[in-house]
Design a protein around this ligand. Structure first.
Ligand code: GTP
Ligand code: MG
Length: 138
């Protein structure tokens, strides 16, 4: 059994899509074992996305991620990391497959409704960034 880190981004919380997105996780065999609503500070967004700091969209990304509430979650299930990436769909919603979260809900490359860890090492770092071990209840 594997764990991954997920975020429901501000464009989605603003449109009241927290339940709809969480339902898709659950329908696909992922269990929410930790969840909280956070309005991240710019500094937190910069630290969380540090790997992207040289990218041209970094400023926009940090502005957006600190523009409203986000739901940070730990999802657990068989192959949770790959499964979640598959359910989310491509970063660019125009390229996302039918039925994926981003195809259904994303507004643009930036406002793309969800984040999911892309590898075991990033999942461990991202879970540890937002949660302590006692907040995760499997
Ligand atoms: P995450 O699950 O959020 O990491 O998405 P990803 O792995 O599909 O994309 P990537 O790691 O390449 O980029 C991280 C995030 O930066 C994306 O989810 C987008 O929100 C944002 N992003 C990527 N490319 C662009 C862009 O061209 N413009 C803007 N504004 N944001 C972008
Ligand atoms: Mg990524």
């Amino acid at each position: 059994i594997e764990r991954t880190f997920s975020m429901i981004k501000p464009d989605a919380t603003k449109r009241n899509l927290t339940g709809a997105i969480t339902k898709i996780f659950e329908e696909n065999g992922l269990r929410v074992v930790a969840s909280k609503r956070v309005w991240m500070a710019r500094r937190e967004a910069e630290a969380f996305y540090a790997e992207h700091k040289e990218r041209p969209f970094f400023g926009e990304l940090v502005d957006f991620m600190s523009s409203g509430p986000t739901i940070v979650q730990v999802l657990e299930g068989e192959n949770a990391i790959a499964k979640n990436r598959e359910i989310m769909g491509a970063t660019n919603p125009e390229k996302a497959d039918e039925g994926t979260i981003r195809k259904l809900f994303a507004l643009s490359m930036g406002e793309n409704s969800v984040h999911g860890s892309d590898a075991p090492e990033t999942a461990a770092r991202e879970i540890g960034f937002w949660f302590s071990e006692t907040e995760i209840v499997g």
